[in-house]
Design a protein around this ligand. Structure first.
Ligand code: AMP
Ligand code: MG
Length: 316
């Protein structure tokens, strides 16, 4: 059920129910962080392993401070620049945050989402919200209220329009004086390094697969997906019946073998490509294709994040 009525959403959350929550990244499946039954219901509803911790969404930096023991200087600096916005900080939790939320880790993931309706909702609540993406585990992330409603029709989803960033938040942790990148996301490495200097990159899929968020397969459409710099070369090598190609900025050549040609950003703007990524994959997923071939993006700025999502969508 999709609604624009904040009071319904607020009431549901107070009652301990889950709701679909718009943010600038993707839609979340949200619940009261302090209600352990509601938090458990998130894992069950998404079919998400309880070893995969949840991000806590707060109204402001001071609300974030209330959940942690210590706010490192560089974390503070990044929060001042990027909040509200798609940057998640991993910080040492205090007792108010349960182990269920953090998958038994001493740290909690926190951010202030940059969405006007959701910020006003958070300001009307006396608890923060845990909100992983509102998709069943491993499926394509939702970027509209309709996507969420397609996955979870029995819960209320707050309509906040199409997500502006369209990919999940960037996640960073802190080790001593170092900033450590843990997940590529809607804020580029370049933008973070412009604030705090060089950061360590621990996002490689070859890193410890037991670390939260390092699950290789994710974001997958129901048919096979291949990512390549050379879609036409790939086309000559496959024998699928119904094929779609998702191009970065232009359809390079029309081929009779291809049923669908779509483009992520005709102007080659990486932010627009990110915004359109999941919505376009949802569209292609509904076309009954046997194979989606996606043109790999240039490996800088948000191209890195988009390629990361595509590589995971392609993992079998
Ligand atoms: P999602 O909400 O589905 O975008 O996923 C949340 C992701 O945040 C997880 O998969 C982890 O990568 C990361 N995360 C959340 N909490 C923590 C934490 N305490 N420590 C490290 N990473 C975390
Ligand atoms: Mg997710």
């Amino acid at each position: 059920m999709i609604t624009s009525d904040l009071s319904i959403i607020r009431e549901r959350l107070i009652q301990g129910d889950l709701i679909g929550l718009p943010t600038e990244t993707v839609y979340g499946l949200a619940a009261n962080v302090f209600n352990s039954n509601a938090v458990s219901a998130i894992f069950e509803t998404k079919n998400r392993p309880t070893s995969n911790p949840l991000i806590v969404h707060v109204a402001s930096l001071s609300h974030a401070r209330a959940l942690v023991n210590h706010f490192p200087e560089k974390a503070e600096q990044l929060a001042q620049v990027f909040w509200p916005g798609p940057l998640t900080l991993i910080l040492p939790k205090n007792k108010s945050v349960s182990q269920l939320v953090t998958a038994n880790q001493p740290n909690v993931a926190i951010r202030v989402p940059n969405h006007p309706t959701t910020l006003s909702l958070l300001n009307q609540l006396d608890f923060p919200l845990v909100a992983p993406s509102a998709n069943p585990f491993n499926r394509i992330s939702p970027t509209t209220a309709e996507h969420v409603d397609g996955y979870f029709p029995s819960i209320y989803t707050l309509d906040g329009g199409a997500c502006k960033a369209g990919v999940e938040s960037t996640i960073v942790g802190f080790e001593g004086d170092e900033v450590v990148l843990l997940r590529h996301g809607a804020i580029s490495i370049e933008a973070i390094e412009a604030q705090v200097g060089r950061i360590l990159n621990r996002t490689s899929p070859s890193a410890d697969a037991t670390l939260p968020g390092q699950h290789k397969k994710h974001y997958a459409p129901s048919c096979e997906l291949i990512v390549t710099y050379e879609p036409l070369f790939m086309l000559s090598a496959v024998k699928h019946k119904k094929i779609g190609i998702l191009w970065y900025k232009a359809v390079k050549i029309k081929s009779l073998q291809v049923d669908v040609n779509l483009v992520l950003s005709p102007t080659g703007d990486l932010e627009i490509a990110a915004k359109n990524l999941f919505a376009t994959l949802h569209t292609m997923d509904r076309m009954g294709l046997d194979l989606i071939i996606v043109e790999r993006l240039p490996a800088h700025d948000l191209g890195v994040t988009i390629n990361d999502r595509l590589d995971r969508a392609a993992t079998k």
